[in-house]
Ligand binder design. Sequence first.
Ligand code: ISC
Length: 446
Amino acid sequence: MSNPFPAALAPAPGRAGGLRSITIPRGRIEPETGLLDYVVRNDAHTWIRRGGGLVAFGEVTRFTTSGPDRFAEAQRWWRSELESAEVINGLSVPGTGLVAFGSFAFSKTSRHPSRLIVPEIIIGCRDGQSWLTYITDDADAELSAEAAEAVLAAYLEEVDPARAPHPEDRLAAGVLTEEQYLEAVAGGVRRIQAGELSKVVLARDVVAELGSPVATAQVLRELAVRYEDCWTYSVDGLIGSTPEMLIKVEDSTAQARVLAGTLDRAGAPADDPGYAERVLAGSAKQLHEHSIAIDSLTRQLEPFTDSMTSHSEPFVLQLPNVWHLASDVRARLTRDGGGEVPTSLALVEALHPTAAVCGTPTTVAGALIRELEHLERGPYAGPVGWIDAEGNGEWGIALRGAVIESSTRVRLYAGCGIVEGSQPQAELAETWSKFRPMIEALGLSH
Ligand SMILES: C=C(O[C@H]1C=CC=C(C(=O)O)[C@@H]1O)C(=O)O
């Protein structure tokens, strides 16, 4: 694919030289451990699934922004960085060459900074084949395999220790108490019954107060091993393992995984193989909740595509903590007059927020979330992922995750889709099932 960012823009302010990068192939990585051997520093940026993906260290430059134009502004910045970049990359694989990791606030009214970060070194792996990308803005730096390996070796010299549970570790209430969350859900159901909207997603937080500093790398390794069907992310203090792919772009193909409809696996009968299928896929309430989410995604994606396929019925996705109703969507992206397809970030802008994390209609649901939730979602339920110079990228929805607020304070988030038939107690219980991956990876219990 040629450069999808053709417009010439001025170099990014405050930077003397442009970005320079070299990508070198590095042979096979063991599928069992994959990239996890590199997740040894708490400051790693990660995007990992089934041993493949990207692990990165350091930071060459970043862009921060907020507000309704945060996606467009981030795209403009990325484009301007690419305009002045020098890139040595013999591999035509998505995720090679220049890459920025990103995390965006859920809300256009949030003051939480959305960000794109260009790391200094990236180890990438796809189908067992790995590569190394070294990025610098030093005009005099040597771009060679030796230089890249030396930079990586320097990062790997300093690894962060694992952590044992501490007697003072505890889970504290977040902004809303459980009782207040029950009231919020009941309020949401009433508004749906009154005909104002058909679905709203209401979230809450809990806070992990730790007796010793959080071991982020250890948490990420545990999430990645346990939740191998999810995408384990870490971007600037936002960590988690999401089962939901907002949009993945590879050349002219886009893919999404839409989830809505949840069944807790804790307490499910072990000797009943048809249980999830019957209780989840057989529930009119869950199917209704799911159909709203899949409709919103396909409606927003459709204008960018020549063709689109998805399952006619959702399938049951089994994760260690829950079952979900899931639909995979695959689309061929439409080329514009110049032969370019939209970048992954352009699609993120068009798709976010989906009904899986906001509701339907979007504006009514967004206003009701602000009214009932009393929570600054920050990056929770916002897009998290990466983009490369071709516009390829993977952007998950930042679910089943947490924000590291300090070395001993981690805020966890979870939400539930509320529809007409929702029961507040059941939704509260569902939030606990969604907190569980992070609670366990942090070494806590509930
Ligand atoms: C909002 C969350 O999950 C969404 C994604 C999958 C299933 C959902 C549900 O069944 O309610 C939610 O829509 C969350 O994990 O915080």
